[in-house]
Design a protein. Structure first.
Length: 210
């Protein structure tokens, strides 16, 4: 009887501590998957046709499209960006020596994944040239960086709605231009933005580039 009572208590504690997973309808997932496929097709067209393409010119005729994981709604999150009360001035280094960019520690985004909470730093980077605009920067590494995905980390563009809620969809995580050519210098993500699990979503590494 004591063993049964103990087992029930353990089950209740375990169940209470587990956060319910976010469930999406099949229709939502289907719509997101279609939009994601279209997004990849648009990138492929631009990378092959636009003069600003990061793909080396000699490779554009044989370039098909960037390789992405299949859309996975498990890596889609929405919530606020929490602002730091004091936004300290910092610098963000680029991947090439001497590339230093003025920035602020802007805030952080918190999300839950497989029963644990994680936090990613959001940095506000200021333009280095007159007339440019400051932008919010979310770069990260994960357990797959350097293997299935680019070793230098990936980026996510921040999208806010009218309520101030941000969509952080790792399915749209993309490689910086350094992943395609050594002629670029790309912002290095904050050292704290290292996720201990593999993010099986977003863009994979290009060819044999590290």
């Amino acid at each position: 009887m004591r063993l049964l009572r103990f087992s029930i208590i353990v089950f209740i504690i375990f169940y209470a501590c587990e956060k319910p997973s976010v469930r999406f309808s099949e229709r939502q997932i289907s719509e997101w998957r279609a939009a994601h496929d279209l997004h990849i097709q648009n990138i492929a067209r631009e990378f092959k046709e636009e003069p600003w393409s990061p793909i080396p010119e000699a490779e554009r005729t044989t370039f098909g499209q960037p390789e992405y994981y299949p859309y996975n709604a498990e890596f889609r999150f929405q919530g606020p960006v929490h602002l730091y009360p004091v936004q300290d001035s910092i610098t963000i280094s680029g991947s090439k020596a001497g590339d230093i960019r003025p920035a602020l520690k802007y805030g952080w985004f918190e999300f839950g994944y497989q029963g644990r909470q994680y936090k990613l730093e959001i940095i506000k980077i200021f333009p280095r040239k007159t007339g440019g605009e400051a932008h919010l920067f979310l770069g990260f590494w994960d357990a797959g960086s350097g293997e299935a995905t680019y070793a230098g980390g990936r980026y996510i563009d921040l999208e806010a709605d009218s309520s101030g809620s941000y969509l952080i969809d790792f399915n749209y995580a993309y490689n910086p231009y350094c992943a395609y050519s050594d002629r670029y210098s790309c912002a290095i993500p904050p050292l704290g933005n290292r996720l201990p699990f593999a993010v099986l979503a977003g863009e994979k590494k290009y060819k044999n580039h590290p």
